[in-house]
Design a protein around this ligand. Structure first.
Ligand code: SF4
Ligand code: ZN
Ligand code: ZN
Length: 309
């Protein structure tokens, strides 16, 4: 590989979307710089924020924790803590919780763990089984609703002013495409990098302009431990099909994911106007966009008696 684009060292990675090659040190700096730029661009934090980071134990969230820890050292009045939600997925989550705990210990960050079982009296596995005949929605849909609610409860309990999640460029472009494929164009209005809701701790996404492959390489270079096995429910989700499709396109035409994201940024004001015109609201249970009062996933969970308002 050629030399680093910004110093004399040998490059270890070529970012095809930008045409830049980086050595180990400059690559790590470029990721950290991009996160810092995203934080500034969207005014995600104030210097005195108490920030809760949602840490699942996967590569994205542990990388985010390490990057925010680094950035936070320049803001001595801010505080960082980590929250892990154990959804109750047999054979999968225990390892992730352990990895999240070890990362927090290394970084000297307070770590709080809550489980679905403790908050709702059941595991995700129980929900998936009970909902099978009822709604036909994917495990990920229920998981998303319940985890968002659990994270919000946890963030409120610890008095956090911001809740940082590790949604990457890949997650965001997948959601954009999923909403388009499912005819939910107005739903895109609720995809801001900073999300505010009356009943929710403000959610921010500092990795929204970093591709997933780069968070993985960052974790690898920094020798950060993360869970590499994937959730058993992932295979059955439509999101997984969209992920494979986008990755294929990105290989053929580097920069596709950034192009989708930039297009989304440009159409966002019109989408927001459309959402307002059709009266798209926040679900009164989970805060996700819905045309009625309560979203479909919450309706099913309420019917099953598995969710309190
Ligand atoms: Fe939950 Fe789906 Fe992620 Fe598994 S893949 S943890 S079910 S959202
Ligand atoms: Zn370099
Ligand atoms: Zn809902």
């Amino acid at each position: 590989m050629a030399g680093c684009s910004t110093c004399d060292r040998e490059a270890v990675i070529l970012l095809k979307h930008s045409g830049q090659s980086f050595c180990k040190r400059c690559f790590a700096r470029s990721v950290e710089k991009r996160v810092q730029n995203t934080i500034s661009k969207y005014n995600m934090f104030t210097p005195t924020d108490r920030i809760a980071v949602a840490v699942s134990g996967g590569k994205d969230s542990v990388s985010l924790l390490h990057i925010l820890r680094k950035i936070e050292t320049s803001f001595p009045k801010s505080e960082l803590l980590a929250i892990t939600i154990d959804e109750g997925i047999a054979g999968y989550r225990d390892e992730a919780v352990q990895i999240a705990a070890e990362n927090c210990k290394k970084l000297g960050i307070e770590h709080i763990v809550h489980s679905f079982k403790e908050l709702y009296d059941y595991d995700l596995d129980d929900v998936v089984e009970a909902a099978e005949d009822k709604g036909g929605l994917s495990a990920c849909t229920y998981c998303g609703v319940l985890r968002r609610k659990a994270l919000n409860v946890a963030a409120k309990r610890v008095g956090a002013e911001k809740l940082a999640t590790a949604h990457t460029l890949d997650d965001e472009t997948q959601t954009i495409l999923l909403n388009l494929l499912q005819g939910n164009v107005a739903w895109l209005a609720h995809m801001e990098p900073v999300l505010e809701g009356e009943r929710f701790v403000r959610r921010v996404k500092p990795l929204c302009e970093v591709p997933e492959a780069e968070t993985a390489f960052y974790a690898f270079l920094k020798k950060v431990e993360f869970q590499s096995s994937t959730c058993p429910y992932m295979r059955s989700s439509t999101r997984n099909d969209v992920r494979a499709f986008l990755n294929g396109l990105e290989t053929k035409q580097p920069g596709t994911k950034f192009a989708i994201y930039r297009s989304f940024e440009r159409i966002h004001p019109s989408v927001r106007a459309l959402a307002d015109s059709i009266g798209l609201k926040e679900c009164n249970v989970c805060g996700e966009p819905t045309a009625g009062q309560t979203c479909r996933a919450c309706q099913v969970l309420l019917e099953l008696g598995m969710l309190n308002r």
